[in-house]
Design a protein around this ligand. Structure first.
Ligand code: PHE
Length: 357
């Protein structure tokens, strides 16, 4: 008994880490451990022998258990001490200077747009950027072989070879959020849907990812007149001018009928844009009355409800307002550019304090 005791207490003492300690515990107290086997022998002893050996073995077992847990604590302490020694920090050193972050113009303009429409009681709706074919096209009255599908330069997300379900798409516009909103809330509707969209295109005025804001209003008697008023209010507030002239040009979108593209009167003086005066027209958005088939796809009865929708390029109106000549710069992450065109975090746009000051 004494030999066993010495053997294991010493082994525990010299165990260098938790694995070694666990090996000692198994050797002594595991199912086939030496102490466990001795305890099993108690059954073959005479009652007198057992009365002496039983308590002694039990004491030995308890002694080993508490020696192991004491050692375990000591090992943990030494690991902590090692870390404290190697990870110390000199808090008296001066801090390193870091570049101050700025709010990206696109985030800023998105907030501006939201606050203008919030003032007209529009709320914000969002949808996924990875869409199904159905939400991005079919539900918007763009069937499989419609030319608009090809014109959109769609990025398809192909499935594995033996999977013949239609591929997902990176949404090519924010219009699928129209359908999702109709499904979620039913009529009436008054939302804008800002967010990233994707088309395979790249030059000074196109990047494969850009941003749009969709507008959708559905009620019992909304007309193009309401659309025109809402857009005029928006443009005046956004460009911070008292008078704007909008020009509605007949156009075509599968999801609106009638459809119109909207231009604003402007002038370009030495490359400087002025909104509201001059002899030029600048196209800023597509719009129209929501097509009955689109209402139907969204689960809204076109005999009871009607409304208007529009889609506008956020990056485009950001370029115009803040004089950014090349769209691609928005996504280059060039710190010098970001510092020049970025906004401070305290410039939260709201209508009474001024949008862009
Ligand atoms: N989705 C159209 C586009 O991306 C814009 C649009 C939206 C037109 C809503 C009409 C109505 O070009």
């Amino acid at each position: 008994m004494e030999n066993l005791r010495n053997k294991y207490i010493q082994a525990i003492d010299i165990a260098g880490d938790e694995n070694a300690l666990e090996a000692v515990r198994l050797a002594a107290l595991g199912k086939k451990g030496e102490v466990s086997l001795k305890m099993r022998e108690l059954g073959q002893m005479s009652p007198e022998e057992r009365q002496v050996a039983g308590p002694a073995l039990n004491d030995l077992k308890n002694e080993i258990i508490s020696a192991i847990s004491a050692k375990k604590e000591a090992l943990e302490d030494s690991v902590l001490n090692e870390r404290l020694k190697s990870e110390w920090l000199d808090v008296t050193l001066p801090s390193r200077e870091r570049p101050a972050g700025t709010i990206h113009p696109i985030s800023q303009v998105t907030e501006e747009v939201i606050s203008i429409f919030a003032n007209m009681d529009f709320s914000v709706a969002e949808g996924p950027r990875v869409e199904t074919d159905w939400y991005n096209f079919d539900a918007l009255n763009i069937p499989s072989h419609h030319p608009a599908r090809a014109e959109m330069d769609t990025f398809y997300m192909y499935r594995s070879e033996n999977d013949d379900r239609a591929p997902h798409v990176l949404r090519t516009h924010t219009s699928p959020v129209q359908i999702r909103t109709m499904e979620n809330t039913g009529a009436p509707v008054r939302v804008i849907c800002p967010g990233g969209v994707y088309r395979a295109d790249y030059d000074q005025t196109h990047t494969p990812m850009f941003h749009q804001v969709e507008g959708l209003a559905i009620d019992q008697s909304l007309s193009m007149a309401n659309l025109k008023w809402v857009l005029e209010e928006f443009v005046k507030t956004y460009f911070e001018v008292n008078d704007v002239e909008l020009r509605f040009r007949a156009s075509h979108f599968p999801f609106t009928e009638p459809s119109a593209e909207v231009d604003i009167r402007c002038s370009w003086d030495n490359g400087q844009l002025k909104v509201g005066e001059g002899d030029d027209w600048l196209e800023i958005l597509g719009s129209g009355m929501v097509h009955p088939k689109v209402l139907q796809a969204g689960g809204i009865d076109p005999n009871l409800w009607q409304g208007f929708a529009f889609g506008m390029g956020i990056d485009r109106i950001a370029m115009l307002k803040y004089g950014v000549p090349d769209l691609r710069a928005f996504f280059d992450s060039d710190l010098r550019w970001l510092r020049h065109y970025g906004f401070t975090a305290l410039d939260q746009p709201n209508l009474h304090a001024g949008l862009s000051r």
